[in-house]
Design a protein around this ligand. Structure first.
Ligand code: 3HC
Length: 297
């Protein structure tokens, strides 16, 4: 059922029904945002266990919003009522926008885009990717409608951070980019910027050399993670230090993004430091696994 509060029609974007493919931290965050914006949301999960954990994560985040005074109990319940979870990709057939948010694996994402291309019926539907680092054209070329594919890159935590990088590829139609901009700005209430279709786009291309330098400082034994983080929080007023931020992003994702940028530019500043690789190989993935540069309850 489409909500009576649905904002899509009102703003003329024609987007009321959104699909999210992937139910990790970003996928559920995007689903939460869309539901709070009055849109009907279907989330496709890729494992049986995610059918339990993803709704729980969504509810916990909405509860946090209530606890922080950002939304009422009624708004939380209404948002929850707009989201459904399924394992069936075919459920996305009637969507006007699908946002892909699976893990940062180019082959996996290409296959998913090829499948979405076959499933999504509306020829005007927008197929968006939340990739952090893979050039959009590589995903759009897996479809027969590359003009309708673009990057919609959200920032973690999605309910809190205002930015969305909109990435048009060399094949994206101008009208599709314009429609996505209005949707992100007026329906989702986020701050869109146009970013170039290069590995890392704009923000990660600037952020990652800094994060990786912080890892190298720890790796070289120059300072502990605590001290590096304290330096940046107290000295530069960052909300969290670089190692805590890498933990929040996920160390596996941090490695994937670094590798994608290193592959594209061959600049040592993007190369993942061995310590980071060893931590990921050892299952220390940051906040989501309970331990990274810091430990989490
Ligand atoms: N829903 C709505 N609002 C929420 C919320 C929720 N679930 N949870 C928190 N908030 C609001 C709070 O009300 C508060 O708003 P206020 O300032 O108006 O009162 C604000 O968010 C901050 O929340 P808290 O006070 O509870 O939390 P902290 O002050 O500890 O901040 C943090 C936590 C928001 C994570 C902050 O530390 C931060 O912004 N860190 C940096 C995060 C960052 O840089 N992310 C980008 C990563 S890069 C990325 O994502 C790209 C990818 O490709 C890698």
């Amino acid at each position: 059922t489409t909500s009576t509060q649905s904002a899509g029609t009102g703003t003329g974007t024609g987007i009321d029904r959104v699909g999210v493919a992937g139910s990790g931290i970003m996928g559920t965050g995007i689903a939460e945002l869309c539901a709070k914006s009055g849109l009907n949301v279907k989330v496709v999960v890729f494992s049986e266990s995610s059918l339990v954990t993803a709704p729980r994560r969504l509810a916990a985040s909405l509860d946090r919003g209530v606890a922080k005074g950002k939304l009422t109990v009624q708004e939380r319940d209404a948002a929850l009522g707009r989201v459904s979870f399924t394992r069936d990709l075919d459920a996305l057939a009637d969507r006007q926008l699908v946002i892909e948010a699976v893990k940062e694996d180019e082959q996996l994402k290409r296959e998913l885009f090829a499948t979405l291309d076959k499933i999504v019926e509306d020829p005007d539907a927008i197929l968006a990717t939340n990739t952090s680092s893979i050039p959009v054209v590589r995903l759009s070329s897996a479809t027969r409608r590359p003009g309708h594919v673009l990057g919609m890159h959200f920032f973690n935590p999605v309910p809190v951070l205002p930015l969305v990088e909109l990435v048009s590829s060399v094949l994206t139609d101008d009208a599709v980019s314009a429609r996505a901009l209005v949707f992100v700005r007026d329906v989702l209430g986020k701050k869109p910027i146009a970013s170039p279709d290069r590995a890392g786009f704009l923000v990660n291309a600037l952020l990652f050399p800094y994060l990786l330098s912080a890892v190298r400082m720890v790796e070289s034994g120059l300072a502990s993670a605590e001290v590096v983080d304290e330096g940046m929080v107290q000295g530069c007023s960052h909300p969290m230090g670089p190692l805590r931020l890498a933990d929040l992003i996920g160390l596996d994702t941090t490695v994937s993004i670094a590798q994608a940028m290193y592959e594209e530019f061959k600049e040592p500043l993007y190369a993942p430091p061995p310590l980071l690789l060893r931590m990921v190989e050892g299952g220390l993935l940051g906040r989501k696994s309970g331990r990274g540069f810091h430990t989490y309850a």
